[in-house]
Design a binder for this molecule. Sequence first.
Ligand code: MN
Length: 166
Amino acid sequence: MKTMNRTMLLCVGAFLLLCACNETTSQKEEPMKTEKNTVTAIFPKGEKGSADLFTGNAYNYGMVAPDSTYTTAVGNVYFEPGARSNWHSHPSGQILIITDGQGFHQIEGQPIETLKKGDVVTCPPNVRHWHGASPEIGMQQLYIVPNTEKGVVNWEEAVTEEQYQQ
Ligand code: MN
């Protein structure tokens, strides 16, 4: 009887351990599993961007809030496939570092640049531009906006389907 109980206890213990392991695995893989691609996230997904500022689904995760010491905004944006920002400009420009996926960056009047993991792209001050994901694959971008005492971003109109498809 005592041996039986010990065996059962061991079985229950092993089962619980198995459950705990499975849960840890699924939690790690979960963040981008629901998307239509395999873009890997380094940072949390963050808050969904307003439909007034983005076409499609884009998520912003702020990491360094601009204050009087650093006067720099740092954060991550995840663009789902097809999602992109409106046209906009930054008073002191912007630096983008692509950490995964595939997307686009366009300065007004210039050809669309294709972006992929490891690319670094700068946009000069007060220049109209947009950035976003490719139609098929999402994009993870780190943004750095310097000299935020002059402002962070001036938002303008949406990027049309025709402009995006160029
Ligand atoms: Mn920008």
